[in-house]
Design a protein around this ligand. Structure first.
Ligand code: ADP
Ligand code: MG
Length: 347
């Protein structure tokens, strides 16, 4: 007999570790889960002097993932994209809710999905505190809660709006690999198996840069996570901060991580076409879940220390300008041209 709704929640999503969080004697390092799964509401107890940072992200089959994607990686990614939003705010993960529409009860699928989900949740000390489960086309919506300190009446959250002219522009980790994998999986390009495997890992199991986000509190002036593509997301910082930027595309295209892609491109395209491919993946690819952030030039050593302490590579890729607009340049400061559209669900 098929598993019912409540047995399904009990078996795959309710865990004994939640009730440990109920212990009032526990000396918790952050806001406590006062009540987890099982009642009409979960209860979170924020510590005095903190704010809750809250974000939701929805993953829809056919839109954000292929129907045959490995459910364990899907569980990872559904939470990773939410953790990435907390990272971009410099918030410490606390808890999340999971709203799930499932076409049918498929127990091996549920077991793998919850395994992938909880592996990442546990790595970040983030507790599943509730949700909703319904029958319908596969759809996963997570709402995540994090904690940000308030110091002397001022929130320590990293916002999009704090960048200033002459700040340096940085990005964490690698760029473009997720889009490379997407192009290959859609059949637009044919990659060698080992190149595809690396790129696919970046697409399906992104690493949310939580530790870096926390380390950048009080150092970065603005931050965002790169989900829709570098240029589009940088555009959000420019708009919110009312400034412009000059982006060094040659440093950005070095950030494609998948080994072997360079020689694969060289074997197929002339220099111009190769560059256009690289630029497109890196600047407009999306699904990178890296942090794009700004900091004053005087904070450069502090940024590098934050990168080291969080074991996250960080690369300077440009500078903020007083002049509105985005200027793409090469190594020699010469303008780079091209049309790069970021992802927009309704465009
Ligand atoms: P309600 O009827 O009040 O919406 P439900 O009967 O849907 O509550 O859910 C019962 C309990 O199980 C609630 O605490 C709810 O938060 C939790 N829950 C439901 N679905 C999920 C899920 N997919 N993951 C985690 N908790 C869930
Ligand atoms: Mg319900």
């Amino acid at each position: 007999m098929a598993l019912g709704e409540f047995d399904l929640i009990e078996r795959y999503f309710k865990r004994p570790s939640v009730s440990r969080a109920l212990s009032p004697s526990r000396n918790t390092p952050h806001a406590d889960v006062a009540l987890g799964i099982g009642d009409d509401c979960a209860l979170l107890q924020p510590r005095p002097g903190t704010q809750l940072a809250i974000s939701s992200d929805m993953l829809v089959e056919g839109r954000h993932f292929f129907p045959d994607v490995d459910p364990a990686t899907l569980g990872h990614k559904a939470l990773a994209v939410n953790l990435s939003d907390l990272a971009a705010c410099g918030a410490k993960p606390l808890a999340f809710t999971l709203a799930l529409a499932l076409p049918r009860v498929d127990e091996p699928w549920l077991a793998a999905f919850s395994r992938g989900l909880f592996a990442l949740a546990d790595a970040h000390g983030c507790t599943l505190i509730g949700g909703d489960t319904t029958q319908g086309p596969l759809n996963i919506c997570i709402t995540i809660f994090g904690e940000v300190p308030v110091v002397a009446g001022k929130s320590q959250a990293l916002l999009r709006s704090g960048a200033r002219a002459s700040d340096d522009l940085y990005v964490s980790g690698t760029l473009g690999d997720a889009r490379l994998a997407l192009d290959a999986l859609c059949g637009t390009i044919q990659l060698p198996a080992e190149v595809l495997a690396q790129a696919r890992h970046r697409l399906e199991q992104p690493t949310p840069r939580v530790a870096l986000g926390l380390a950048l509190r009080g150092i970065a002036t603005a931050a965002i996570d790169v989900s829709d593509g570098l240029l589009g997301d940088l555009g959000h910082i420019l708009k919110a901060s009312q400034c412009g930027a000059t982006l060094d595309t040659s440093s950005a295209i070095q950030l494609i991580a998948s080994r072997g892609i360079e020689s694969w491109l060289s074997g197929r395209f002339d220099i111009e076409k190769k560059l256009q491919n690289q630029l497109n993946w890196v600047l407009a690819g999306g699904d990178d879940y890296e942090l794009l952030f700004t900091a004053p030039a005087s904070a450069q050593a502090a940024v590098m220390q934050a990168a080291r302490s969080s074991a996250t590579p960080v690369t300077r890729i440009g500078r903020m300008d007083a002049e509105i607009g985005l200027r793409l340049v090469d190594t020699n400061g010469q303008p780079v041209s091209g049309q790069f559209a970021s992802f927009d669900h309704f465009a």
